[in-house]
Design a protein around this ligand. Structure first.
Ligand code: SD4
Length: 320
């Protein structure tokens, strides 16, 4: 793209990116840059998620993700384009270097766009996507230590360093959402959570908004929470109101059923230009950036609502 075109986009484009956890700070910067230069929401989400997938220090996504009970890394990813209504996703795949790239390729298809296991891997091989051993020494060590220590595997919470990277992006009036994860640490082989399931881990409709979820996938699926958030926005709620309403109603309903619920955190962008998050945790960090604001860390809390992270908190994050 030549400089004149970049400058033109720079002054005209209205875009926004929201993403989960502090690990996505650099990815949000990259995604914002893609949108600033006129890229699509899908291109921006793919670039942002790639940054997290490729970083072996993040133990919950892509390369370096923590393995299942049998020591194998099984990955889920999906993306949904809220303008076309198309989506693509992968479930329980092994050895695919960047699952979100395959999800983007699948999202060009109307049918056969959500693939699992061996079939998904075969598709990725045929299309020439990169394969590599996704289990790092660091993740293997953690698995070995946990195996020895804990035979009651289910006592582990997903938040033992286990967080899905979720992105929602808006370019003008077009919205999309995308996710990538290695799922819950020590999961049963073949287990799939909410992340690659449209309506559960992500949903997007450019007329209303885009949303995504992180936390215990089974609990998120019980409320089809990403779809519920977008439905709330369609009914006139802002992104924040929609996240809070969807979560509050869901928790109340699960309580009435006497069902114990694990951690759940939600993010959304509204077609009205709003952004928001809600969580059942004391503290959930997310990133927000738009055409007028650089990427910044925000903190949502079950009791405190959401606010920009204070400098002191950010310093602590930097040390973590
Ligand atoms: C899953 N929702 O596989 C994912 C895991 C996650 O924070 O987001 N953990 O259920």
């Amino acid at each position: 793209m030549n400089r004149a075109r970049v400058l033109l986009y720079d002054s005209l484009m209205s875009y926004a990116v929201i993403s989960t956890w502090k690990m996505s700070l650099n990815g949000a910067l990259i995604a914002g840059g893609v949108l600033k230069n006129g890229g699509t929401t899908l291109e921006a989400i793919k670039a942002g998620i790639n940054d997290v997938e490729n970083n072996p220090d993040y133990l919950s996504v892509g390369y370096g993700g923590l393995p299942n009970r049998e020591g194998e890394v099984e990955l889920d990813a999906a993306i949904m384009d809220g303008s076309s209504g198309l989506f693509g996703g992968l479930m329980g795949v092994k050895g695919i270097a960047n699952p979100i790239d395959v999800a983007v390729a699948l999202s060009k298809k109307r049918l056969n766009c959500l693939l699992c296991g061996a079939g998904a891997e075969k598709y990725a091989r045929l299309k020439g996507f990169e394969f590599k051993n996704m289990l790092t020494e660091k993740a293997k060590k953690q698995w070995e230590e946990q195996e020895v220590k804990d035979n009651e595997l289910l006592s582990l919470a997903s938040y033992n360093g286990h967080d899905t990277v979720c992105f929602a992006a808006r370019q003008e009036n077009s919205l999309a959402a995308g996710v990538s994860t290695s799922g819950i640490f020590l999961k049963t082989p073949g287990r799939v959570g909410d992340s690659p399931i449209v309506g559960g881990g992500l949903f997007s409709d450019s007329d209303a908004g885009a949303a995504a979820a992180t936390g215990d996938g089974e609990d998120i699926l019980r409320g089809c929470l990403s779809h519920e958030i977008v439905r709330q926005m369609e009914g006139g709620r802002t992104a924040r109101e929609a996240c809070e309403t969807a979560l509050f109603n869901h928790l109340k309903k699960m309580d009435r059923k006497n069902l114990k619920v694990g951690p759940i955190s939600l993010i959304a962008l509204g077609a009205d230009g709003s952004f928001g998050a809600a969580t059942s945790l004391d503290e959930f960090a997310f990133i927000y950036t738009d055409s007028d604001n650089p990427p910044e860390v925000w903190i949502a809390g079950a009791k405190t609502g959401m606010e920009k992270a204070a400098a002191e908190r950010l310093n602590q994050y930097a040390r973590d």
